[in-house]
Ligand binder design. Structure first.
Ligand SMILES: O=C(NCCO)c1cc(-c2ccc(F)cc2)cc(O)c1O
Ligand SMILES: [Mg+2]
Length: 217
């Protein structure tokens, strides 16, 4: 088939979701993944925890690493206050193109900025080029071996403040061993592990890690 899985998912969303309705986009994407083709969305139990974090934290500035098709970007942004923003970074141009369409379909293009670049390059420019002062929420969901590189960069750039939350997907499957060891061993974070089902798979377990920054920045 000339199309990619991500393009087929977008087509399904355009045909079945209500334009401008984030909840409809997410429900429809979940339906696609349950009935047509699996996709690596931070959905179901993972999404419920993400919703809880956003609702409690009420973040103003959010950063997501690993947009994929925009599912978690929409999930985060639908709960943001009017002036709050989400910057989401996706290195894969095909994924980024689909994500921009999904964000538009959800009517959240004024809250979400999708950047098709390498995460490290953007993190280094968040203060100067992207007008960011501090990050209230960071969601790690890109290549698992890059979690540790990027969290260290975020610390180096002094982008976190007391109470900032770093939420990491897939700490069991595929796993991010280096990251877990680092963040749990750091005196600057208070970390909590949540055992959850792997997205759209009732017989597989994954894990997510919520870390609250208590350092001095
Ligand atoms: O690589 C991932 N994300 C970054 C790429 O854009 C990723 C992979 C998987 C997964 C896939 C295939 C499998 F067999 C096991 C795990 C799941 C996820 O939630 C993910 O975020
Ligand atoms: Mg993931």
């Amino acid at each position: 088939k000339g199309t990619t899985r991500e393009q087929r998912a977008l087509k399904y969303l355009k045909e079945h979701a209500r334009q401008g309705d984030p909840d409809s986009v997410l429900e429809t994407f979940d339906e696609f993944c349950r009935t047509q083709e699996w996709a690596m969305n931070a959905a179901e139990e993972k999404g419920d925890i993400l919703d809880e974090i956003v609702r409690e934290l009420q973040p103003t500035t959010c950063l997501e690493l690993g947009t994929y098709c925009g599912y978690s970007a929409v999930r985060i942004a639908r709960n943001l206050s009017p002036s709050a923003r989400l910057i989401t970074i996706e290195v894969n141009p095909d994924y980024a193109a689909v994500a921009r369409e999904v964000v538009k379909l959800a009517g959240l293009q004024d809250k979400i900025e999708v950047i098709n670049l390498d995460s490290a390059d953007v993190i280094r420019e968040l203060k100067t080029k992207y007008d960011v002062t501090k990050l209230d929420l960071v969601f790690l969901d890109h290549w698992k071996y890059l979690y540790i590189r990027d969290i260290k960069l975020i610390e180096e750039e002094k982008l976190l403040k007391k109470g900032s939350v770093v939420f990491a997907d897939n700490v069991i499957i595929p796993g991010a061993p280096g990251y877990l060891e680092y963040i749990r061993g750091s005196k600057n974070y208070k970390s909590t592990f949540y055992s959850v089902h792997f997205e759209y798979m009732d017989d597989m377990k994954d894990g997510v890690e919520k870390s609250v920054y208590i350092g001095d920045e």
